[in-house]
Ligand binder design. Structure first.
Ligand SMILES: C[S@@+](CC[C@H](N)C(=O)[O-])C[C@H]1O[C@@H](n2cnc3c(N)ncnc32)[C@H](O)[C@@H]1O
Length: 253
């Protein structure tokens, strides 16, 4: 695939989008220890629960589409979509993935996103995104996510979920990420991409979207998330991966 190719309607050419996504991946690894092991576990659990690879997958708050890309490479017959509120990150996803993944605009804080995404998904993932929403919206999110899933479909939520029990061995054996360093890398990434002339209109849209909605920074233990999932009608729900303060919850619709 030519690196200078541009998907129809894409703002960035592929080489630009790929470069910015690579540095985004480094920034995210600064926040989430062992992100690759989280993603690998998530995929293996999705395959184990279903007994085969999923056919329809939706990554919510999918940003520039790194997880979506890994899933499309792993499950080559699956239809993969991502949804995000941020027009700049959607432009990176569209620029790099050249139509392999459907990149949808949607706001998880309002129920309308479900109609936009459609239903019948076998797997819905949401990684490092729910902490943007306040608790009432996170509860509502579980309800909305269940409506998106096919019966027996799997929701995986990965985020900061401070441990109320024994620390995980993986967390104990690995140094906690330096969150101040990760925050600085995040700020530098955004200030770097702000210099891209071609993204100016999308950066202005992004600024308007986030102006009155700073991230809620809501964190709750895994047990809180499991209870919210069950209240929303999910059957089984439990922690499938943990490293330090980061964990992933799986819930079956
Ligand atoms: C820390 S980033 C994680 C992105 C991606 N999951 C990853 O791991 O690379 C959080 C993502 O949540 C998205 N987001 C925040 N609030 C949102 C909302 N209300 N609706 C949809 N996406 C949202 C942001 O735009 C951003 O892409």
């Amino acid at each position: 695939m030519a690196t200078t190719a541009r998907a129809p309607g894409a703002v960035l050419d592929r080489a630009q989008a790929v470069r910015w996504r690579e540095s985004w991946a480094q920034v995210m690894e600064g926040f989430v220890p062992h992100l690759a092991s989280l993603e690998d576990t998530l995929c293996r659990v999705a395959e184990a629960v279903r007994g085969r690879s999923p056919d329809r997958v939706l990554d919510l708050g999918g940003g520039p589409g790194l997880l979506a890309e890994r899933m499309v490479r792993r499950w080559t017959d699956a239809t993969i979509a991502l949804m995000d509120i941020d027009p700049v990150l959607l432009a990176l996803a569209r620029g790099a993935l050249l139509g392999e993944v459907r990149a949808l605009e949607g706001d998880l804080s309002t129920p309308g996103w479900v109609d936009r995404a459609g239903g019948g998904y076998d797997l819905v993932t949401v990684v490092m995104t729910l902490h943007y929403l306040p608790p009432a919206q996170v509860r509502a999110f579980y309800d909305d996510a269940r409506r998106c899933l096919a019966p027996g479909g799997l929701l995986i939520v990965a985020d900061l979920m401070p441990d109320e029990g024994l620390p995980s061995l993986m967390g104990a054996l690995n140094p906690a990420p330096d969150e101040a360093v990760a925050e600085l890398a995040w700020a530098q990434w955004w200030s770097g991409i702000a210099d891209l002339q071609v993204l100016r209109p999308l950066l202005a849209q992004r600024a308007a979207i986030f102006e009155n909605r700073p991230p809620a920074e809501f964190t709750a233990p895994g047990s809180w998330h499991a209870a919210a999932a069950r209240e929303a009608g999910f059957g089984e729900a439990g922690i499938l991966w943990r490293c330090g303060r980061h964990a992933a919850l799986a819930a079956v619709a």
